[in-house]
Write a protein that binds this ligand. Sequence first.
Ligand code: NAG
Length: 160
Amino acid sequence: MLLLFLSVLLTLIYCSHGDLIADTCRKTQYPLICISTLRSNPHSRSADVKGLVRFILKAALGKANTILNLANDLLKKTKDPILRQSLDTCISVYQDALDEIPIAIENVGKNNVEASDNASATFVDADTCEESFSNSPFAADNKAVKQLAVVAEDIIGSLG
Ligand SMILES: *[C@@H]1O[C@H](CO)[C@@H](O)[C@H](O)[C@H]1NC(C)=O
């Protein structure tokens, strides 16, 4: 009986203390990538909502870097003019993203409207890269960048 009481009490404390990651991610359009990204970062346990959105943006930055490196590698290996054109497009937009995402991170909590604009520009970059191929070699990573950008915008929007 006492054990039951204690476990109910502990559950109540745990739930009322809340799970900021779950609560924050639930309000976004892509809760799954939001939760898995934040749970994989040990620092996010002690972060506030602004910290969480910065971690989401950092994850997007990591993916953007990965795509940029892959695109540069592929460009060195292919002579196919159509593929080269698509890769050039991706390299150009992801170079922009590598500027926009750190600015978005900077702006979170200081200028949320701009932070949101910069995250939205990153979404457009990933979309532009993806649409430049008929058969994208970066489909999964572009999708991740787009979803992380939307999650970031959703969370920034909740900051007011
Ligand atoms: C970030 O967003 C603001 C507001 O739209 C814009 O003026 C600025 O150029 C953006 N910065 C980058 C690096 O895209």
